[in-house]
Design a protein around this ligand. Structure first.
Ligand SMILES: NC(=O)c1ccc[n+]([C@@H]2O[C@H](COP(=O)([O-])OP(=O)(O)OC[C@H]3O[C@@H](n4cnc5c(N)ncnc54)[C@H](OP(=O)(O)O)[C@@H]3O)[C@@H](O)[C@H]2O)c1
Length: 248
């Protein structure tokens, strides 16, 4: 056991997040999830995540987006958080171009209902990459036509989205590093289906948020074992980085 003390001041608390080589040759994508939770494990306050996140965690949100090929997010988070397209600083966009990547990663929304606001900036913006909608064969035909008019549509699975095959398709579109920004339902599925590789979890000094845990494991889902790779502190917020034990 180690007692962590005051530690060493670092110039850039986000540097350790840029270092890992995010690839597993035997798998199509590297899936890194970024979540922030309260001390009681709550994932939102008043239906939104904003008041849980501050300081370095806000910077981490942007830094991870700058490393991602695609940002994968559940439809409920898109609806509640009123998602728009990814915006990055000119510096981050230049860094991406220098490594042969697109300046901005697209958002990929997972949804069966396709109950999405097609007039929102996420789907109506003309600049930036075309958003992606990941849906399943049982989605309503008319709703799917609407989705196709506003986004690249990926169909994976029949009754619900088969996330494993969705990742294969995303890789086929050139997306290797998949950043999952939640929500808890999507994260719980990815983890319990063995599709998660890394979890960047910030623990905010708050309690008493919504009765929504950080991950909702589907019925019968398997537990996931992770290894702690990195701990940092920014004020009273802890920044933890875990990697999933080798999937063997
Ligand atoms: N603390 C954090 O870091 C964090 C991060 C993100 C979000 N949040 C919070 O989490 C809340 C939303 O999370 P949530 O767990 O309720 O929802 P969610 O995971 O964002 O989205 C769930 C929705 O995604 C779609 N979906 C997920 N898996 C699917 C599958 N296998 N097949 C088909 N569709 C699938 C469905 O959309 P349809 O209903 O359209 O079919 C489902 O209703 C919000 O309050 C948000 O603020 C917190």
């Amino acid at each position: 056991m180690l007692l962590l003390g005051d530690g060493t001041e670092v110039a850039d608390v986000l540097d350790p997040y840029r270092r890992p080589r995010r690839a597993r040759p035997e798998r199509p994508c590297w899936v890194v999830a970024n979540m922030v939770g309260g001390l009681d494990g709550c994932a939102a306050i008043g239906g939104r995540v904003g008041s849980l996140s501050e300081g370095a965690d806000v910077e981490l949100f942007g830094a991870l987006r700058s490393l991602a090929d695609v940002v994968l997010v559940g439809a409920e988070t898109v609806r509640r958080e009123r998602y728009g397209p990814v915006r990055l600083s000119a510096e981050h966009q230049d860094e991406r171009r220098a490594t042969g990547r697109t300046p901005l990663p697209p958002i990929a929304v997972v949804s069966r209902s396709l109950n999405l606001d097609w007039d929102s900036p996420l789907f109506a913006s003309v600049d930036g990459p075309r958003p992606i909608v990941v849906t399943c064969g049982s989605a309503d035909t008319e709703a799917r036509r609407c989705a196709e008019a506003h986004a690249e549509v990926v169909v994976a699975g029949e009754a619900t989205v088969d996330l494993a095959s969705a990742l294969v398709t995303l890789r086929g579109l050139g997306h290797e590093i998949v950043l999952c920004e939640g929500g808890p339902t999507l994260l719980g599925e990815l983890a319990s289906f063995g599709l998660l590789d890394e979890l960047c979890l910030s623990v905010a000094p708050r309690m008493g948020g919504d009765p929504l845990p950080l991950a909702v494991t589907p019925a019968g889902g398997a537990p996931t074992h992770l290894r702690l790779r990195h701990v940092a502190r920014d004020g009273d917020t802890l920044l933890l980085r875990y990697e999933v034990d080798d999937h063997g």
